[in-house]
Ligand binder design. Structure first.
Ligand SMILES: Nc1ncnc2c1ncn2[C@@H]1O[C@H](COP(=O)(O)OP(=O)(O)OP(=O)(O)O)[C@@H](O)[C@H]1O
Ligand SMILES: [Mg+2]
Length: 226
């Protein structure tokens, strides 16, 4: 059995420069997550949560530190990965739920969900049906995003993140605009994913959701506090 951690981050640092000012958005974060583990990241606005999630998801490169995902050293190793190699890791390992949903307004719910697969293989209509059923949005498949409630959009964003069978689901505020019943539903869905061995790393302001995680990382000023 491969016991290697799915995510292993060491001393991740991200420095942004704004004119002469330096912002250490993430300031030396280390953590690990195994298969089927759920990690919640909490912390005040501007504390570096999205920046950290983007680095873990290989969408943004750290200023320093090392990261391996799925047993591959992505940052901080002997050799830098090519953009092509990073692209493969992004699409095969990760599903992303962004803080803003980024649904394409001119595509239907079903087309939005099929989008991640469309770039490199035939869209899997059956799989789209499965994830729509899982998220309870089958009835909305032909709607445009503009015709959905905030909660429905959020569920479409989760469905889209699952279409490529990711090993890791990264979710930035997956229940941001949901009421407590819908939040509970998303919590159960995420828990179900971990039972299938999917690692979930999420940013949330929702304490109920955060407490349901296996591990809680509290971030303040780019550093882990608990
Ligand atoms: N592209 C960027 N250029 C410059 N500064 C940035 C950039 N992205 C983020 N920052 C800064 O880095 C810090 C952390 O931002 P980040 O978006 O990670 O916070 P957050 O914890 O996700 O906040 P929120 O809860 O509001 O989403 C903030 O001070 C932010 O202004
Ligand atoms: Mg954020």
């Amino acid at each position: 059995m491969n016991t290697a951690k799915v995510i292993s981050a060491r001393d991740l640092v991200k420095v942004y420069r704004r004119g002469s000012e330096e912002v250490r958005a993430v300031d030396g974060v280390s953590f690990e997550a195994g298969a089927g583990e759920m990690v919640a990241i909490i912390g005040p606005s501007g504390s570096g949560k999205t920046t950290l999630l983007n680095m873990i998801g290989c969408l943004d490169n750290p200023s320093s530190g090392s990261l391996s995902v799925g047993g591959r050293q992505v940052f901080g190793g002997q050799k830098e990965l090519s953009e092509r190699e990073l692209t493969v890791i992004r699409r095969e390992l990760f599903g992303y739920v962004f803080q803003k949903f980024y649904l394409i307004p001119t595509l239907t719910v079903e087309e939005n969900i099929l989008l991640p697969g469309a770039f490199y293989r035939a869209p899997a209509a059956r799989q789209a049906r499965d994830v729509m059923a899982l998220l309870g949005i089958e009835q909305r498949r032909s709607h445009l995003p503009g015709q959905l409630s905030g909660g429905e959009m959020q569920r479409v964003a989760v469905a889209r993140a699952l279409i490529n069978n990711p090993k890791v689901l990264l979710a930035d505020e997956p229940t941001g605009s949901l009421d407590s019943r819908r939040t509970g539903e998303i919590k159960e869905i995420l828990r179900g994913l971990t039972k299938q061995g999917i690692t979930v790393v999420m940013v949330t302001h929702n304490l109920e959701l955060a407490r349901s995680a296996d591990r809680l990382l509290e971030i303040r000023d780019g550093k882990i506090h608990a």
